[in-house]
Design a binder for this molecule. Sequence first.
Ligand SMILES: Nc1nc2c(ncn2[C@@H]2O[C@H](COP(=O)(O)OP(=O)(O)OP(=O)(O)O)[C@@H](O)[C@H]2O)c(=O)[nH]1
Ligand SMILES: [Mg+2]
Length: 360
Amino acid sequence: MKIGLIGRPKSGKTTLFNLLTGASVATSRYDTGRAELHTGIARVPDPRVGRLSAMFEPKKTTYATFEVVDLAGIAKGERAGLEIKDFRSADALLHVVRAFGDEALGAPDPRRDLVDLELELVLADLEVVERRIERLEASIKKRRTDAEVKEQEIFGRLKTHLEAETPLRAVALSDDETRIVRGFTLLSQKPILHCLNLDEKAIGDADRAVDAYGLSAIARAPRTRIGWVSAVLEMEVAQLGGEEQAAFLTDLGLREPAIHRVLRDCYALLGLVSFFTVGDDEVRAWPIASGTRAQDAAGTVHSDIARGFIRAEVTAYDDLVAANGSFADIRTKGQLRLEGKDYPVRDGEICHFRFNVAKS
Ligand SMILES: Nc1nc2c(ncn2[C@@H]2O[C@H](COP(=O)(O)OP(=O)(O)OP(=O)(O)O)[C@@H](O)[C@H]2O)c(=O)[nH]1
Ligand SMILES: [Mg+2]
């Protein structure tokens, strides 16, 4: 799963990309903001993984991850940059919104930037949708097929919404319709997290920022979230370790680095939850779409395990912690459940899959 960073030039996208992925790509005050694309992997902080790892002392501890792509800034009316394939295939968008003053760019106006960006997405989609409708019309004129007539009806409906400047993420589609539309990688259909990049002096009032900038209505829109970070401040936090970092965060009135929350928000925006596998070799968080069946969850571990799936042994995280990691205790207490292939695995469950190795 992949999240795409988007926003105006110099809003702090690359700074945030570096924070999310632990990379160190030059930010644009130093390089001249060439239209290059950065890709990286973000690790999702999860205290449960740390706890399990402390209990099992495995050789290896693996956190859940997702992919991040960082795009060059999109100025108003400049949509060409949105065409990049690696970006269009993102599953969700992280919109970095400048909420800090800048000598060259002036006072911030997050609400304007939000509205402008949504409009760019809508206009980009409108181009795609109109092009598709033209093609379909021409094709139907030559030879009418039910499939194309249906597609024409769907795209016609999307066009109406886009013309009313409604992002498509607010439009309900059936599974069938979703499948038909998927290949067009429509941008306004992707869930979005607008992340206010606050001035470092403003983080004391961060929780009031959404109201202060007049964004409450937008925050309630479907599949839309608003979060905040101060990218510059987080850079300082990231450079400190252990107790120094803890003391610095306390001074700021923060319980944890703000970037941790952004990472978890992105993970949730992508519709992902984690199940865990534990053992002497590895404690690991596996990302799955919320509601994934046990057999498909097994498939994320290995396709052979999905193919030879027999049962999943499932334990709740809290129960395992209470038993201090003892599966013998869990068994005696009747807290180890055997579930079949259609069982929807829930966030935080510890799974052990029983399977047959297929003989060919
Ligand atoms: N004061 C302040 N400056 C910031 C903040 N975040 C980023 N900057 C600065 O803004 C400049 C641009 O940051 P980048 O992260 O390169 O911005 P970008 O959005 O990737 O820029 P483009 O790729 O050119 O669109 C850098 O000098 C950053 O240090 C912030 O929260 N506060
Ligand atoms: Mg950049």
